[in-house]
Write a protein that binds this ligand. Structure first.
Ligand SMILES: Nc1nc2c(ncn2[C@@H]2O[C@H](COP(=O)(O)OP(=O)(O)OP(=O)(O)O)[C@@H](O)[C@H]2O)c(=O)[nH]1
Length: 576
């Protein structure tokens, strides 16, 4: 059970978008009960209408049959007195056995008798006495009428003493409801004649003329032997009923049914029929109701239900659409902004106005996005700070790697790089490049006398002089190694280079740093100078070698002096 539920709710339904799930559920919830109620109501009201007509029409036909019987019995009982009356019996005896004058008198007597008995009844339009051969015993009657009446009487079944009721139509089409009654001689019980009483059909139809069952119902009396309509109500002028009706009644009666049946007419349309037999006759009072008309009311209810259903569908669809939208749209928005964060955009925010779960979710998302954004910002700041620190450290490292730790001026590495690039530049610019090589005189002695630390201090002082002397941006003073220093002087001719070297030498000398183990009595230096027009063939080694040679020449010439090597020969300087 749980598995099925999980499969339906967590797997199958989740393949459908939320809004479609919601719309479907709304529509189902609103329509299914309505449909069920509608179908039930339709069925109920349909069978209720049929039941109503069954009871109502059943009662009506019974009542009409009752009233018809009363009328029939009334006619029958009055006729019974007439046929046994002395005047009728005497007139008939005279008719059969008297002379011609007696027969004529009998005819006249019977005519009078009939007039006296029935003349005052407006609803009786035919009143004859027929002889044994069914001829009308009245000389006034037309032969054609006489023949019709005779045929009618001939065709009537033997009712074994009871009156027969049938429908007689004249040649002119006038219809009468006729009672035929045998007249017997009282003395010998032999047949003397037949009483023919024709009544206007309206005499019976007025009984139910005013009865209206509604639903297009018809009410009539039918002869069950031939299906002919005896009398019918209202404007109904039909002569006979549909054949299906009589058969259906006969079938129903044969199956034990008493008062209700249904049948199909020639157009295959179904009708309901209530019937009630009129005792002592072959007649039935029948009421028929077309099922179609009966269901019209029900159909109208059904149509109303359909209309309400459609309206409910539209309303529920609109409602469910709005509600589904209120859920799915913010969810979609949420999914959208979440996707956006994949690109790193954490400044995006959800709009939230409401009190539902999605609002809470949106708020939480916004808070989370803010936090992530702040965290990222902080992280970026940290990274930037670290990068700056790293750059500074790198710069420091770079400076350190290019600086001599003792003197603070450029070291040998830095010097080599600078010399290489200045050499290239000088080749390109075709301007002279000068190089000074400086060595502290008798420095071993200085160390030995004053100690290594004093030696270091001395080297720092010399370096300071070099730094302050090489003020041009392109000049570079470096510790070449030990107590040796070098200065690159770019774009400089020998004159300026010698001048610079001389300034340095003099500056060191003028410091008068005591050096008791030097013939000068204080710290001095020897400087070799080169100032050359360089070309592609020249290397840094060549330059250094030339400068070195000049410097050693200065040493060999007595120290504390500047010697120029112009590339051709070495020009010895002298102590100033
Ligand atoms: N205090 C100190 N002494 C150093 C340093 N580097 C080299 N020296 C010393 O410098 C001295 C160089 O001596 P030498 O090359 O023999 O030459 P000199 O004594 O200067 O004599 P000349 O160069 O011929 O005038 C050595 O005694 C080294 O120990 C240093 O960083 N600090």
């Amino acid at each position: 059970m749980k598995k099925t539920l999980d499969f339906l709710s967590l797997k199958l339904l989740r393949k459908i978008e939320i809004r479609y799930r919601l719309i479907n559920s709304f529509v189902l919830v609103s329509l299914v009960p309505l449909l069920i109620a509608g179908i039930v109501a339709y069925r109920e009201s349909s069978s209720a209408s049929q039941e109503k007509i069954r009871i109502f029409a059943g009662e009506v036909v019974k009542q009409v049959a009752q009233n018809m019987l009363q009328q029939i019995e009334k006619i029958e009982s009055s006729s019974e007195e007439l046929v046994v009356s002395e005047r009728m019996q005497g007139a008939l005896s005279a008719y059969y056995s008297g002379s011609e004058s007696d027969r004529a008198a009998a005819r006249a007597g019977m005519t009078r008798l009939m007039l006296e008995n029935y003349g005052s009844f407006e609803y009786i339009n035919q009143k004859y006495v027929l002889d044994r051969k069914h001829r009308i015993i009245d000389s006034q009657v037309f032969a054609q009428l006489g023949n019709g009446v005779a045929h009618f009487a001939d065709d009537a079944p033997d009712m074994k003493g009871r009156p027969y009721w049938g429908v007689y139509s004249t040649a002119a089409g006038q219809k009468s409801v006729v009672m035929l009654r045998d007249i017997l001689f009282k003395g010998n019980n032999r047949l003397a004649g037949t009483l023919f009483i024709g009544l206007k059909p309206t005499h019976f139809s007025r009984i139910f003329d005013s009865v209206d069952l509604g639903y297009g119902s018809r009410l009539f009396v039918v002869d069950s032997r031939d299906g002919r309509i005896v009398v019918s109500g209202g404007q109904d002028n039909s002569d006979a009923v549909e054949s299906g009706l009589v058969a259906a009644i006969a079938q129903t009666v044969a199956n034990g049914g008493k008062d209700f049946t249904s049948y199909q007419d020639g157009n295959k349309k179904k009708h309901l029929a209530a019937f009630a037999p009129i005792p002592h006759t072959d007649w039935m009072v029948v009421s028929t109701t077309p099922l179609n008309a009966l269901n019209a009311e029900v159909r109208s209810i059904r149509n109303k239900i359909i209309l309400i259903g459609v309206l409910c569908f539209i309303v529920s669809f609109a409602l469910s659409f709005i509600i589904a939208r209120s859920i799915s749209l913010p969810l979609k928005q949420l999914v959208g902004v979440m996707k956006e964060t994949k690109t790193g955009n954490y400044l995006i925010r959800m709009d939230y106005e409401g009190k539902d779960e999605i609002t809470v979710l949106s708020q939480r998302f916004n808070e989370m996005a803010s936090k992530v954004y702040q965290h990222n910002e902080h992280l970026e700041e940290q990274v930037a700070a670290r990068t700056r620190e790293l750059e500074l450290a790198n710069q420091k490292l770079e400076a350190l790697s290019a600086t001599d730790s003792l003197t603070g001026i450029a070291n040998r590495r830095r010097f080599d790089e600078a010399l290489t690039s200045e050499l290239r530049r000088a080749v390109r610019s075709q301007k002279p490049l000068a190089l000074l090589m400086l060595d502290v005189d008798f420095f071993k002695n200085y160390n030995d006398r004053y100690g290594h630390l004093a030696g270091d201090a001395c080297l720092r002082t010399v370096a300071q002089i070099l730094r302050t002397s090489s003020r041009r941006a392109t000049d570079l003073a470096a510790r070449y190694g030990g107590e040796e220093f070098s200065i690159i002087v770019a774009e400089s001719d020998s004159e300026r280079a010698i001048q610079l070297a001389e300034n340095i030498r003099a500056a060191i000398e003028n410091l008068h740093i005591p050096h008791e183990d030097s013939p000068f009595g204080f710290v001095t230096c020897s400087i070799g100078v080169i100032a050359v027009q360089v070309d592609d063939s020249m290397s840094t080694d060549t330059l250094l070698r030339l400068a070195d040679a000049a410097m050693y020449l200065a040493k060999s010439q007595g120290r504390n002096r500047v010697v120029l090597n112009d590339g051709n020969d070495i020009t010895g300087g002298s102590a100033v």
